[in-house]
Design a protein around this ligand. Structure first.
Ligand code: FMN
Length: 355
């Protein structure tokens, strides 16, 4: 097969991307007032668009004022003030010729009760992560098992937040179904022990994701995108494989039937073998979906970007684009680059200006 070109254009549904390179969603915990991010954090997204990325994801935006919040100073998109704050950001990203997608998330059992407005943590089952909360050094509390009211509230929260994104002018929204947060914790038998129709089979564990996708799809105009992010790893109990291979494939098969315009697979490293096979996660995922596929994890220079693109349609970079304003230009010119460490990336959570 001919090598794909990182710098050629690409269509997702009716939306044209100027290249195959995107900024991965990155939470910045900067929203001190009104759940609106700090101005330099908003400007960061615009600068990356102006410096050549085709696709810009926002940080994970919370879907309610109840239990969705997992970290301090996260943002929301439901009040007029929040929507107005984002409008010029989205405009500027588009003026730079890039596409803007807002990611939405509910933290689920990874939440931190001290900063969660409800002081309450909800999850599919009353199962706490095994590890301590690295941010507080305390054990994670046992979450409340979600009842019908909680489930409806969560679904509504995603749909209402998507409406805010539409008003702010975003080209699309992403449902965050990765990293051990709420939706992912329903998908995985590691954290979903339910015996009702939200647990047990893969189809049942997928039910919440399906209901959220459909509720969001209903409020999205036809010309906007809906993407879904998924992973086999979580930010807590990180070494645990959240799926078995067949469960992953079945889940992707179910996702493929839904009205999502692209599937975004988050990995610790795009090149690692998936589930002890000789394929990577993108190759394995491709078996079950023909939808546009985004891949992320360990893409830091021209070589890794080119390699990752061979099995996917869009490559996303987190840490490299966070810490290097000229990353797109550097890879365009094949300059020597090093992988960036999570420790370096922690600057994202401070008020230190980024390059
Ligand atoms: C500071 C920081 C914040 C992140 N926040 C999010 C987030 O809000 N949503 C999400 O899906 N992933 C988040 N991630 C994960 C990244 O999107 C990406 O998957 C990860 O950094 C691996 O890609 P990389 O090797 O290019 O950095 C975050 C990563 C970093 C470094």
């Amino acid at each position: 097969m001919a090598e794909k070109d990182l710098f050629s254009g690409f269509w997702i549904k009716n939306v044209h991307l100027k290249n195959h390179i995107g900024v991965a969603p990155m939470t910045r915990t900067s929203a001190v007032k009104d759940s609106v991010p700090r101005q330099d954090v908003l400007d960061f997204l615009v600068h990356r668009a102006q410096n050549g990325v085709g696709l810009v994801f926002t940080e994970a935006v919370l879907t309610d004022y109840e239990s969705a919040q997992g970290y301090p100073r996260q943002s929301r998109m439901v009040t007029q003030r929040q929507i107005e704050a984002w409008k010029p950001v989205v405009r500027a990203i588009k003026d730079a010729g890039s596409t803007a997608i807002m990611q939405m998330f509910h933290c689920g059992r990874v939440a931190w009760p001290e900063i969660n407005p409800a002081g309450r943590i909800i999850a599919p089952s009353p199962v706490a992560p095994k590890q301590e909360n690295p941010l507080t050094g305390q054990p994670f509390p046992v979450p409340d098992e979600m009842n019908r009211f909680d489930i409806d509230h969560v679904i509504r929260g995603f749909a209402e937040t998507a409406k805010g994104a539409v008003q702010a002018g975003f080209d699309g929204v992403e449902v965050h179904g990765a990293h051990g947060y709420l939706i992912n914790s329903f998908l995985s038998p590691y954290s979903n022990k339910r015996t009702d129709h939200y647990g047990g089979s893969t189809e049942n564990r997928f039910r919440l994701a399906r209901q959220i996708i459909r509720a969001v799809h209903e409020v999205m105009p036809e010309d906007r995108l809906l993407t879904f992010r998924i992973s086999n790893w979580g930010v807590v109990d990180m070494k645990v494989s959240l799926f078995e291979k067949d469960q992953w494939l079945e889940t992707i098969g179910l996702l493929d039937k839904e009205p999502v315009d692209a599937v975004s697979v988050s990995t610790l490293n795009f090149s690692y073998p998936a589930f002890e096979t000789d394929q990577n996660m993108a190759q394995l995922t491709r078996q079950k979906t023909g939808k546009p596929l985004m891949i992320c994890g360990g893409i830091y220079d021209r070589k890794t970007a080119d390699q990752a693109l061979q099995d996917a349609d869009i490559v996303l970079s987190g840490k490299s684009l966070l810490l290097n304003a000229n990353w797109v230009d550097d890879i365009a010119n094949n300059r020597p680059l090093e992988p960036r460490t999570p420790q370096e990336a922690n600057v994202a959570y401070t008020d230190e200006p980024l390059p």
